[in-house]
Design a protein around this ligand. Structure first.
Ligand SMILES: N[C@@H](CCC(=O)N[C@@H](CS)C(=O)NCC(=O)O)C(=O)O
Length: 204
């Protein structure tokens, strides 16, 4: 399998999960501006959506959309329970969190990444993110990980996305439980290995 990724972006969640599960995964870096891969290929021809992550499962079989990629990876090692079994409420909690992170958290960051976004749009994005962070902080006041005691798929995704706060000068100090959670996840061996492989620095 090969993961098309760009350092520190949402594809990082899939990279973490591959390390958590000791999966044999090739990596190919994509320049998201030029849409050229490290190997010199035209990424738009590989994935017409033009964004990462994309997982090449086999020649001609490409899976896109982060939540789907994460679920496919988890299914390679079901015994590790990063996505609990069909029928168990915990599975649907995982899906609930993946949906929340994908649509309510990940995409709320978008205006902050673009220098050309109007300042009012950026202010609105910061207000929305503050509400989401407050919700997460409250949840994490009584839960070690999103589902409770066990690390599961959405933790990798949540860590990846909330970590962007470091690059965008969003202060997490008002959210001590979220900070505790981020610090704990950052020290997981799989996260450290994926960070090193992508050349990412730990938060100061
Ligand atoms: N709907 C996609 C969105 C993925 C996405 O937003 N990827 C960003 C990086 S975090 C990207 O590649 N942006 C470049 C682009 O859209 O051209 C998913 O959930 O996987």
């Amino acid at each position: 399998m090969k993961l098309y990724y760009s350092p520190g972006t949402c594809s990082f969640a899939a990279h973490i999960i591959a390390h958590e599960l000791d999966l044999d995964l090739d990596l190919e870096k994509v320049d998201l501006k030029s849409k050229i891969t490290a190997g010199g290929a035209d990424y738009s021809a590989i994935n017409p959506k033009g964004y990462v992550p994309a997982l090449e499962i086999d020649q001609g079989i490409l899976l896109t959309e982060g939540p789907a990629v994460l679920q496919y990876l988890a299914a390679q090692r079901p015994e590790r329970n990063l996505l609990p079994a069909e029928g168990r409420i915990e599975r649907y909690r995982v899906l609930e969190w993946l949906g929340f992170i994908n649509s309510e958290l990940h995409k709320s960051f978008t205006p902050l990444w673009h220098a050309e976004s109007a300042s009012a749009t950026k202010d609105t994005a910061r207000e929305i993110l503050a509400r989401r962070f407050r919700y997460l902080d409250h949840h994490l006041s009584t839960h070690r990980y999103l589902l409770g005691n066990a690390f599961t798929l959405p933790d990798a995704y949540c860590f990846t996305v909330v970590n962007w706060s470091n690059y965008l000068a969003l202060d997490l100090a008002p959210y001590p439980n979220l900070q505790r959670y981020m610090n704990e996840i950052e020290t997981r061996p799989a996260v450290e290995a994926a960070m090193a492989a992508e050349g990412l620095k730990k938060a100061a």
